[in-house]
Design a protein around this ligand. Structure first.
Ligand SMILES: Nc1ncnc2c1ncn2[C@@H]1O[C@H](COP(=O)(O)OP(=O)(O)OP(=O)(O)O)[C@@H](O)[C@H]1O
Length: 371
């Protein structure tokens, strides 16, 4: 099967940058398919890529739909730039499609895009010539507003003819925008946050701080899902239980357990920062949101972020919960996240909702907590 791949924002870049991004996208497609033992040839055309696969076409189509940088893609039939060849192939493609849809009174439209201006017919002329032949052969009606079948023709180095167009995730090719440590728990939000940055072209290093085995098992499954979006996704697990236990004990000894989540998050970010330095990343990503739970206040975010040298990216900060849930469902992490709610065993009864930097420093000194 030949699949014509279209990109979006890559097309807005200068020639030099566009070529670099096209090459990254080309390699990412190959790597993504190779993870499922699908060997693909990927050729860069004029503002398009052409993917050739010889097996598991369904899986290949699914994976292209998860490859950042791709806006849409179509299985295509290819012929030379000759109007008679185009008409003949268009009729074959239409016949095949009509057999598949098994519908009476099919309405159709031909939509041509011509990027190769050397081809002697413009797109309107191609639409008319091919359209007339289709009417003649199959006795169908044209409907440009609500067609049952759209026969697409793209004219560039060759003619590419198709009837299906699938939507991609958009964004930019993974690896084109550096690397980021993504703090991922078993909840709904942080896998979505990691996805958002991967989609924008960041290579992800998923960091999970292990508190319970059950949560880790869920995160393993989440990472498997995210791996389809970033074929070179890295996954690091840090055993966090003892350190968190110690924080809780120390705060308990000075009767300040309500600060547990604050110090837990401060420490998490410090650990993420160490990994970011060590693994040559440029940012830390979290699934924090504003006001989703009582402790997600700007004041708390300020306190937990202080002393971190790296940018902390919070792509979900302005999202409503239902918007986050929609994305989680569409990327395939939602059902894993909601499998079984795992409550943090160290959660205090009344977590501090509004902290001030100075008071947190005092508590930290008094409890002798090292971050
Ligand atoms: N065990 C963990 N390992 C890695 N990161 C974590 C962990 N727990 C929390 N985080 C990070 O801190 C952010 C805020 O923590 P919070 O406790 O609100 O998350 P959550 O409710 O466990 O999950 P989520 O935010 O994913 O829905 C998370 O979005 C995530 O980025």
């Amino acid at each position: 099967m030949d699949i014509l791949v279209r990109y979006g924002e890559i097309g807005l870049k200068s020639n030099v940058i566009r070529k670099k991004l096209e090459e990254i996208l080309r390699k990412n497609i190959i790597k993504s398919l190779r993870r499922y033992e699908i060997d693909a040839e990927v050729e860069i055309l004029h503002r398009r890529l052409l993917v050739k696969v010889n097996k598991d076409e369904g899986k290949a189509l699914e994976l292209l739909g998860k490859t950042p940088g791709i806006v849409s893609y179509s299985p295509v039939y290819i012929c030379n730039l000759d109007i008679n060849e185009i008409v003949s192939l268009a009729l074959q493609v239409m016949r095949k499609k009509l057999k598949e849809i098994k519908k009476e009174d099919v309405k159709f439209a031909v939509k041509t895009k011509r990027s190769n201006k050397k081809f002697p017919y413009n797109s309107v002329e191609v639409n008319e010539i091919v359209g007339e032949k289709i009417i003649e052969k199959f006795n169908l009606k044209v409907d440009l507003e609500e067609p049952d079948v759209v026969l697409g023709i793209e004219i560039s180095d060759k003619a590419y003819i198709f009837t299906e167009t699938y939507k991609g995730v958009g964004g930019l090719p993974v690896g084109s925008q550096g690397r980021a440590v993504c703090l991922v728990s078993d909840g709904i939000d942080s896998p979505v946050a990691a996805f958002m940055m991967i989609k924008r072209g960041c290579r992800g290093v998923i960091l999970h701080l292990k508190i319970t085995e059950e949560a880790l098992n869920k995160v393993r499954k989440i990472v498997e899902v995210l791996n389809d979006y970033d074929p070179e996704l890295e996954f690091v697990v840090y055993d966090y239980k003892k350190e968190l236990e110690e924080i809780k004990e120390k705060l308990k000894s000075i009767k300040k357990e309500e600060y547990t989540c604050i110090f837990c998050k401060k420490k998490m970010l410090k650990i993420a920062e160490k990994y970011a330095k060590y693994l040559n990343c440029d940012a830390i990503v979290t699934g924090d949101n504003l006001g989703q739970v009582a402790s997600q206040t700007l004041k708390n975010l300020r306190v937990i972020s202080s002393s971190i040298e790296f940018p902390i990216l919070r792509p979900l900060i302005g999202f409503d919960k239902n918007e986050i849930v929609e994305i989680a469902k569409s990327i395939g992490t939602y059902n894993i996240s909601i499998e079984k709610e795992i409550k943090c065993p160290y959660l205090p009864r009344f977590p501090k909702t509004i902290c001030k930097l100075e008071e947190v420093k005092k508590v930290q000194e008094k409890a002798n907590i090292k971050i």
